[in-house]
Write a protein that binds this ligand. Structure first.
Ligand SMILES: [Zn+2]
Length: 140
């Protein structure tokens, strides 16, 4: 291991760390979405309290910056916009694999309601929190 590598480069190569950071961004986005739904029904003070209860990020900020970049890259590619393959670094490709893994993990943990599409808090819920559709609750 070359300890002279800049910090940024070691983040780019830490696939597990990036997967965790991407997953955290997904979870934060789901919580923001839930809070937006609630804001009409709760006081500003209550909303503030919920925001203050937001779990702390577990790893250094550089991971989330890199995760944001990778998500943008993955989203751009999903739109069908093509790039010459040589414009991607090895780290970009490893990073997009981390994005894909994080997305699969998130989708497994927060399956969408078959009726309204709303993501659930966990795969064991028996009723959609948004439309009350009966769910399988993780049974297959
Ligand atoms: Zn639903």
């Amino acid at each position: 291991m070359n300890h002279a590598l800049p910090y940024r480069v070691s983040i780019e190569r830490d696939a597990d760390g990036l997967q965790l950071a991407v997953r955290t961004l997904f979870e934060e986005s789901l919580r923001r979405h839930r809070l937006d739904e609630l804001t009409d029904r709760i006081s500003a003070k209550e909303a503030e309290r919920i925001r203050a209860d937001e779990p702390l990020r577990e790893i250094s900020p550089g991971y989330y910056t890199r995760a944001g970049y990778l998500l943008e890259l993955a989203n751009t590619l999903e739109l069908g916009i093509s790039f010459p393959p040589d414009c991607f670094t090895q780290a970009d490709i490893a990073g997009m694999v981390a994005v894909k893994r994080a997305r699969l993990e998130f989708e497994r943990e927060h399956p969408p309601c078959p009726r309204c599409g709303e993501r659930q808090d966990n795969p064991h819920q028996t009723k959609c929190h948004a439309c009350s559709q009966k769910l399988r609750g993780g049974r297959s």
